[in-house]
Design a protein around this ligand. Sequence first.
Ligand code: ZN
Length: 623
Amino acid sequence: MKLRILLIVCLGLFSWQHAIAWVYPEHRRIAILAIQKLPEAQRIVLEHLWAEARTGHENRLTPSLFDLQNPLRPKQLDYASWMGIAGDHSCSPDAMLKTVLYSDWILRVAEITFHLEADLAKAKNASQLINALRDSDIKLQRADIDYATRAGSNNVHFLLSRRTSSERAEEFLANSLRDSVDLNAIAAYAWFHTLALRKATLYAARTTPAEQKAALALAALADEAFAIHFLQDMFSAGHIAGTWGNASLRKGTHDYYNERGLEVITWEGTKRVAKGDAYMRDEDADFAAEAVKLSLQQLIGAAEGNSTKSNTDWLNVKLRPDTLDVCKNTLLPNGKLDFDLVKDVLMKTPVPGLGSGLGELPRFRSELGLFLGVSTSVNVSSIRGGFASGQEVPGSVAGIEADVMIGYGLEGVLNQTGDGLVFFQAGWRQDSPSSTQFSTNDPNYQANTITSIIPGRSAYSVRLRLPFWLVPGDLLLAGPILGFTHPKAFQKIAVEAVNGGVIGWQSRFATPIGRFQFVLGREVGISIYGLGGTADALFVPTSSNTLAIVTYKSIKYDFPFLEYQPVRSFSQSQSSALKLQFSFGVDAPFKTAAITPVAQTDFELKPIWYVSVRLIFNWRYYF
Ligand SMILES: [Zn+2]
């Protein structure tokens, strides 16, 4: 019952995908590059606008548009950082500006991302990059409580797919901006960029009172930064390839193209290979910066009073940044959009992939969502002697196991090192006889079944896996209570659990040969031997120095503590995985009875401790 409640809570909590495109330092880097590309005269206008917007906020905002110092403990934020805070750490330009100006946690976010930027630059291979992301995501989730769950109710960070291969830029733009269209990156860009242009036009108008100018400069810059965030997202490969299907398919496809890259062509015909989130190269930043530069130039033009649109209706705007919430809204509201200027910028962005159907880009799966699966494994255990007292000679036992499983995959919710796998599995196992013999000095009887101190036997087994926050099983207890009374608090601990627990010791550690993970407390296996029609029996030396044949049952508790998985692979249909798991446990006998001699009682069976290694093959079908 509790598991069911937990699953329901999880399904509700994790139906989002944390796919927000470029990471913060990448957003900021593109912005810096775009500002650097501006002609001197235009850059001065933008600097002037920034200086005016800073009025009264000099403590929080840096004097220049960007600050390349990246201090260890930032006290101020530059304009370029707003593009990273927009969308990913705030839901509207208004909320972004309040966060930038008045919150303390955003300085901590800036600090974490400066470290991330340095770590990404230092990373020599994929595993170092993955570990850098893991470290920053764990810290970001602590600094910004909504970090993992803010994005997700819509596809605002993604481009819509094209409907036909012959679709022209104007048609695609019109479709992306039609009334009540699903929020998408172009819609968000057009919406906020138009508002920024209108506010900049009003700022430039001669009739605007001087005391309103600072507020208008601030509002226009906030709206524009928010718009540019989504313009930058349009250059991330995983956001160009198209997003549809279940969470497993959407996340798998997104991750695949971000990592492996995608050949793209812009609407005006420039060809490039694009990579995506956390994989940005110099050429990717340069590619996106061209479009961002044009967007800024349009804003600068409006602020210089060059706008062709200046009727009173167009200038009827608020003095504050916009409040359209891109996290909660799923549709583009009706409103004024500057199609012509937006189209000029759109021409510099990549043409997205075709929608579902003929000609679509290949899709990939990730381990995300509800699944049914089968699991097989082979194992070898080193055991401490036998069940009878005095049997202390170590030996080994091999076994095979087959199971069916049902569960919920939460792999890579924040990044590749997260492991939120929840499952229950049931099956059957067969164990070989123990290698330890009664007469170890006689080589003729080595590894003989009859003389083995533990004969071969089979068991029914169950296994439960669940991430935990602080102590094993805590989500099971907290879920039903917190999940309903304080969903946000539960969300936070669930996300931390998925990412390796409150102290993070259970997150995966990437190496060039694969991923290692401490899993103690995450998983427990129970096998019950002797439930079949024929009782298990073994020879037991009695205290009167005879041998008794004793029937028994036993229950084995298995506690995995370390796992190794080869490097992540992408699969187009079902997910399958190979892993090596190290565990320890104890095998405790019960219901013992002597059958020969009947009613013999002077014997005793003791529990056996063991360490074991299992090679596991999993096949899972995600719904
Ligand atoms: Zn984004």
